[in-house]
Design a protein around this ligand. Structure first.
Ligand code: ZN
Ligand code: ZN
Length: 209
């Protein structure tokens, strides 16, 4: 299938990304790392520089939002913006490990409840919803690894970067594969049972149900 972007009059390639690649490229574009995304397509996927640039230029950062104008209701993938006529790949990436889950988990981390002297007064100021290896968020990799590794900002001022290992229990894996929210899989109370923190190693482990 060939598409023409009517805004810049360029032919836009149909992308045949694997699930892993789609996640990685989308992650880079979403984090404003377009140059790295272009480089990745050239280095790892044998795109020419021109092809890579054209693809990445037409990738919108947020689902629904045109990369060229303020239109924000693009409905499907491979969409032409009704307002400015720009072509948008509009990749629909719907993963349960998202910003909403991370901000709710952040609030549930009550370090004082752990009753450990060296983490008294600690709080979490953020959990990165772009994990260290984005491609590990594919269903196949979730089944294989049963965990997600990301970073979190923790400490008395919430300023130290920790490696956060989120272990997925049976419920969490089931929800993940059904594309249901992981929020219900955050245990309640009994904090010691599901939070382990090591301030020396700057590591924290969370065990979801
Ligand atoms: Zn264009
Ligand atoms: Zn537009």
């Amino acid at each position: 299938m060939k598409s023409i972007c009517k805004k810049c009059n360029t032919e836009v390639l149909t992308i045949t990304f694997s699930e892993e690649m789609k996640l990685e490229i989308w992650g880079m574009v979403s984090q404003d790392l377009k140059l790295f995304a272009v480089k990745k397509l050239i280095d790892e996927y044998q795109y020419s520089h021109k092809e890579a640039k054209t693809v990445i230029t037409h990738m919108n950062k947020d689902f629904g939002k045109c990369h060229q104008c303020n239109f924000s209701k693009l409905e499907k993938e491979y969409a032409e913006c009704p307002k400015c006529k720009a072509f948008n790949y509009n990749l629909k990436i719907d993963i349960p490990f998202n910003q909403e889950f991370c901000s709710i988990l952040e609030y549930k981390l009550q370090f004082d409840e752990l009753d450990i002297d060296n983490v008294k007064g600690f709080w979490c100021d953020g959990i990165d919803h772009f994990p260290t290896h984005l491609k590990r968020l594919t269903n196949a990799n979730i089944i294989k690894n049963k965990q997600i590794i990301t970073r979190a900002w923790i400490g008395k001022g919430g300023e130290t970067i920790y490696t956060m290992i989120i272990k997925l229990g049976d419920n969490a894996i089931k929800n993940y594969l059904h594309n249901d929210s992981l929020i219900d899989c955050i245990p309640k109370d009994a904090y010691k049972n599901w939070i382990s923190i090591d301030p020396e190693k700057k590591e924290i482990e969370i065990r979801l149900r």
